[in-house]
Design a protein around this ligand. Structure first.
Ligand code: 13P
Ligand code: SF4
Length: 301
């Protein structure tokens, strides 16, 4: 029996024993997506964490995603198979920095992208994901907002809103690495391909794309499109999802990888279910405040 098959069987048995569910982000490696009970974007996974009847959630994603599951559903045990699965973008802002900013800008409305720590969420008025950021910001009654921590997504929102958006100087290295030059040379190689990109990409990259959207929006766009070829401006593992859902279409990667996402493996999922490590926790006072900002987001959409 192959190693993957053996690991898959062990994980299935352990999952039953623990009454566990495996949630995986679309940036997870193919073998992890295959073993997951549910694969989705940040928003889908947050919703799933609220409604699941399992006792244990094995979160195959990065730290902030597992924390979001804890914040929204504190009665569950949430396990991150690798405690080092971090998000470089979330590291750009701390709760203390937001407190300081609010003191300097009294009355400012803070919108935090879910790719942030529980402390940052706790200091925010409302959260958003890349799938609902424009909608969330436009639903607010104030004239100006601080958008934290991603300057590129914030800039994308500003292009679709008449509010004044103050940008935080944070970015995701996975998307910041995608350049106009890379896309142009792929376009030369594949002249019939459309370019689709994530809104975490820099302005000039988004502006040359045929479509900009969150991973779920890109999935929908590709499914509904008559086009057969796509240059995909986001984490390379997303192509595994696109190919599985659209076997008749062709996808060209830009070769950019998220370290945190790729640290999770089948072996680590098995060990996580055996040892129930690494349990993710959020201090209750922070959890309660962060839950308010997340709940607001979930009622807007
Ligand atoms: P999505 O919510 O679009 O899946 O994006 C999450 C993310 O981390 C993008 O880098
Ligand atoms: Fe964070 Fe970027 Fe990885 Fe998404 S791709 S989890 S924003 S580091």
């Amino acid at each position: 029996m192959s190693t993957v098959k053996k690991l898959t069987e062990s994980v299935e048995l352990l999952k039953k024993r623990r009454n566990a569910i495996i949630l995986a982000h679309v940036y997870q490696q193919g073998e992890v997506q295959e073993i997951a009970d549910y694969v989705g974007d940040s928003l889908d996974l947050s919703r799933k964490a609220v409604t699941t009847r399992a006792d244990v959630i094995v979160f195959c994603g990065v730290q902030f995603m597992a924390e979001t599951a804890v914040i929204l559903n504190p009665s569950k045990t949430v396990i991150l198979p690798d405690k080092n699965a971090g998000c470089g973008l979330a590291d750009f802002a701390t709760g203390e920095q937001i407190i300081k900013f609010k003191k300097e800008h009294p009355g400012i409305t803070v919108v935090s992208y879910v790719n942030s720590s529980a402390e940052v969420k706790a200091e925010s008025d409302i959260c958003c994901t890349s799938a609902n950021a424009i909608h969330v910001v436009n639903s607010l009654t104030c004239d100006s907002v601080l958008f934290v921590p991603d300057k590129n997504l914030g800039s994308h929102v500003a292009e679709h809103s008449n509010k004044k958006i103050l940008l935080w100087d944070g970015y995701c290295y996975v998307h910041e690495n995608i350049t106009v030059n890379t896309l142009e040379s792929l376009q030369d190689q594949y002249p019939n391909a459309e370019i689709i990109v994530h809104p975490e990409c820099p302005d000039e990259v988004r502006h040359m794309a045929d479509f900009t959207g969150s991973t779920s929006q890109m999935s929908r766009y590709v499914k509904q499109s008559h086009q057969k070829e796509f240059i995909v401006g986001t984490e390379d593992n997303f192509i595994y999802r696109l190919k599985s859902d659209n076997p008749d279409k062709l996808f060209y990667p830009v070769h950019t990888f998220c370290e945190g996402m790729n640290t999770i493996t089948l072996e680590k999922i098995k060990i996580a279910l055996e040892t129930m490590e690494h349990k993710v926790s959020v201090p209750e006072n922070i959890r309660q405040k962060a839950e308010i900002a997340l709940d607001k987001m979930l009622t807007v959409i």
